[in-house]
Design a protein around this ligand. Structure first.
Ligand code: URA
Length: 242
């Protein structure tokens, strides 16, 4: 188990800002193993030390993992000046959570939120080829020829070097009257606007996009939009083994 500076640990637990916490510590509001301490920079180990703030034990696990069903209108970032972030949907006092990768503001679906930087780094590494599956409603009729083009790898940028890796495109439903198609698509990269740009490359427009799986984790059918739940131990270990 890692050690942390006492003031950072209390800030991550949502007790206050770093300067408020320094003040609380100076006033003797915080005890470590029963002894008041006046040092905000002492190192504590959450597993071995008992930290109490104003008679309230503070217990904070080192890592937290959430699965969010992201609604449209929320930004996948820790801060934004124009719209609410996905973190506002997570019921946690932790201050060090972040989303694992990004979904566009208008994209819905599965987003993992954690403070485990090493796991996030591994899952997002281009070398790992983690599958991400999306359901999309596309303007236009998606054809078998499109499926073949997606399978081969499409040019999706202004220069020849921007090539998307082969992706699996499955046509779920075609509605010729409304001129729309329902598809699922599995990609292994996370290039900016990747799915939208892949459809653009075959002259079609994504009207609606929802992520339904990330690696071994699927979006639960019973998790309403905007709700989140804690990942189970099994799910965390599946992600760690990935
Ligand atoms: N591809 C996109 O175009 N947008 C997303 O949000 C995710 C993948």
């Amino acid at each position: 188990m890692s050690t942390f500076r006492l003031d950072k640990y209390l800030a991550d637990a949502g007790i206050g800002t770093r300067s408020e916490i320094k003040n609380y510590i100076k006033k003797g509001y915080v005890t470590v193993n029963g002894e008041p301490t006046k040092k905000p920079d002492i190192k504590i180990s959450p597993d071995d030390d008992e930290i109490v703030f104003q008679n309230q034990p503070i217990s904070l696990s080192e890592f937290e993992y959430y699965l969010l069903n992201k609604p449209a209108g929320y930004v996948s970032a820790t801060k934004d000046n124009t719209a609410p972030t996905v973190l506002t949907l997570i019921d946690s006092k932790r201050k060090d959570l972040f989303p694992v990768g990004r979904l566009d503001k208008d994209t819905e679906g599965l987003l993992i939120i954690t403070n485990d930087g090493a796991l996030s780094h591994r899952l997002l590494s281009p070398k790992r080829h983690v599958d991400k599956t999306y359901f999309a409603i596309v303007d236009g009729i998606v054809t078998k020829a499109d499926v073949t083009l997606f399978e081969k790898g499409l040019e999706i940028g202004d220069d020849d070097l921007d090539i998307a890796m082969p992706a699996q495109l499955i046509i779920e439903k075609i509605d010729p009257e409304q001129n729309i198609s329902h598809v699922t698509i599995t990609i292994q990269e996370g290039k900016f606007h990747q799915v939208k740009r892949m459809f653009q490359a075959v002259e079609k427009k994504v009207l609606y996009l929802k992520r339904i799986a990330f690696g071994p984790i699927a979006l639960p059918h019973d998790l309403p939009l905007g709700d989140s739940r804690i990942l189970s131990k099994e799910e965390i270990s599946m992600l760690q083994k990935f």
